[in-house]
Design a binder for this molecule. Structure first.
Ligand code: PLP
Length: 496
């Protein structure tokens, strides 16, 4: 494809993408293809000779679209959203054009420098404590990762190396040091709650460290509190185990619960172990986006997180930026750099050696990295802080309206947790738990079968619940009203 061919193909593709977005609500939300559908439609070998773009493009609608679930559909109310916006798509386009594995500053200085700048912009917008800024007093800073799972793994590696450095006497060297590290590692534990996303457990699995789940219940609205944490730490220590890592969550996956940061912080200051301390990672993968609104910064006690070690939020969930844009902040970048720097002659250069530049390969697990800061820059500039706040407030209020309608129909439904961050969690009522569960499952099955919207479910202490998310960019009030109408209609059907 030459420049002329690219121009024609690009114009035609962009037209098709615009038409896709303009008419997305006419498509069924969820793909209904059978497993293996695509193998039947595609040849078993790659073509020997190149094909025309027009032929390739036709296959998007004919072969790919049937297997697409439309996450940008206004009636996509499942999981959490996966964002998309035009400015962000343009960022992806330029990033593709400037394709580079920008692992060191010199590999493309703009890639590194823009990332540092936009992550500082974002940290300020979110109201993060200044320790997470690259210009802050503790030498912190942000880095873009591919996912919240990658972010927690990165934080846990750094936490493990920090803890070992703090707890293994520096006088130990050579094999004696290796042995001491092996013994220490066998006692180290990562902590999370029963409401924490599974990515923390996966990180512990990958790193081969113990993992303990702290149960949380409806009594604290599924939030971790200081006293619960204190009991968990004491129980670990009674078993000669050493907690070194905790994930605290701002917006849990099931119900969008927010852990009690002030009491966690004061518990950790009184239960501090010496010399090693527990690294606290804040997982704000989805709900962190809401922090662009000052009212959410206050409600979540964000300023009290300044004693924590790392913070992560995915702009690609609820902040209008295309997948992937997971923003990870650390209070002291040296913790990442010490844990993740491995020198290899081929990557040496005078700028890195001079120590004046950031080489983001030392802040992450992979070597190469994409120019993801561009789409964040385009989104922040195109929407502005006011545009982002307006979007968060609009979608949050849709969730609250939905929850209020559910409450009004208390003959049919009950709300299980207070609506939060554009998420309502509810179920059908029944004479007992078993009947409520059976009815709610049947309701979900009928809604799923109608193909007009998609919601997903969870189980809270044995109670089957539907999660209704209202934060997709295209979702309007009329879509949420229609969804509620369908829930009522199908529930009445279930009761018959
Ligand atoms: N943390 C929370 C609170 C989540 O809800 C999710 C996914 O929805 C994740 C982490 C994992 O996100 P990722 O797909 O970016 O790894």
């Amino acid at each position: 494809m030459d420049s002329k061919g690219f121009r024609e193909a690009a114009v035609s593709s962009i037209d098709e993408i615009i038409s896709y977005y303009d008419n997305i609500s006419e498509r069924p939300v969820k793909s209904t293809v059978e497993p293996g559908y695509l193998r039947k439609l595609l040849p078993s070998e790659a073509p020997e000779d190149g094909e025309e773009w027009s032929d390739i493009q036709q296959d998007i609608e004919a072969k790919i679209m049937p297997g697409i679930t439309h996450w940008q559909h206004p009636s996509f109310h499942a999981f959490f959203p996966c964002a998309s916006s035009y400015p962000s798509i343009l960022g992806e386009l330029y990033s593709a054009a400037l394709s580079a594995a920008a692992f060191n500053w010199i590999c493309s200085p703009a890639v590194t420098e823009l990332e540092t700048i936009v992550l500082d912009w974002l940290a300020k917008l979110l109201g993060l404590p200044e320790c997470f800024l690259s210009t802050g007093s503790t030498n912190g800073g942000g880095v873009i990762q591919g996912s919240a799972s990658e972010a927690v793994l990165t934080a846990m590696v750094a936490a493990r190396e920090k803890y070992l450095a703090e707890t293994i006497p520096s006088s130990l060297e050579g094999e004696a040091r290796e042995d001491a590290i092996a013994v220490k590692r066998s006692r180290m534990v990562a902590l999370a709650t029963s409401a924490t996303h599974s990515s923390t457990k996966k990180a512990a699995l990958i790193l081969g460290v113990r993992f303990i789940t702290i149960p949380v219940t409806s009594e604290t609205n599924y939030a971790l509190t200081g006293p619960i944490l204190a009991a968990a730490i004491e129980s670990c220590r009674a078993r000669n185990l050493e907690p070194f890592f905790l994930t605290a969550t701002l917006g849990t996956t099931d119900t969008c619960a927010v852990d009690d940061f002030p009491s966690i912080s004061s518990t950790l200051s009184t239960h501090a172990s010496s010399p090693g301390e527990i690294w606290v990672h804040i997982d704000a993968a989805y709900a962190g986006a809401a922090l662009v609104c000052p009212e959410h910064q206050t409600a979540t006690s964000l300023p009290t997180t300044s004693t924590f070690h790392s913070f992560n939020m995915n702009m690609h969930k609820w902040l209008l930026t295309n997948f992937d844009a997971s923003c990870l902040y650390v209070r002291n970048r040296a913790w990442f750099i010490r844990a993740l720097t491995i020198n290899q002659a081929v990557y040496n250069n005078s700028h890195s050696q001079g120590g004046l530049v950031t080489d983001y390969r030392e802040w992450q697990i992979p070597l190469g990295r994409r120019f993801r800061a561009l789409k964040i820059w385009f989104v922040l500039r195109s929407y502005g802080a006011s545009g982002l706040r307006a979007y968060i407030r609009k979608t949050t209020s849709l969730g609250e309206s939905f929850a209020s309608w559910v409450r009004e129909r208390d003959d049919l439904f009950e709300i299980l947790t207070p609506p939060a961050f554009a998420l309502a969690v509810f179920r059908m009522k029944g004479r007992d738990e078993e009947e409520a569960n059976r009815r709610t499952k049947e309701l979900e099955r009928r809604v799923d079968g109608c193909g007009k919207m998609w919601v997903t479910s969870t189980v809270l202490e044995g109670r089957f619940a539907i999660r209704m998310v209202t934060s997709v960019r295209s979702t309007e009030r009329a879509d949420v009203e229609r969804a509620f109408g369908m829930f009522v209609e199908f529930s009445e059907g279930v009761l018959k």
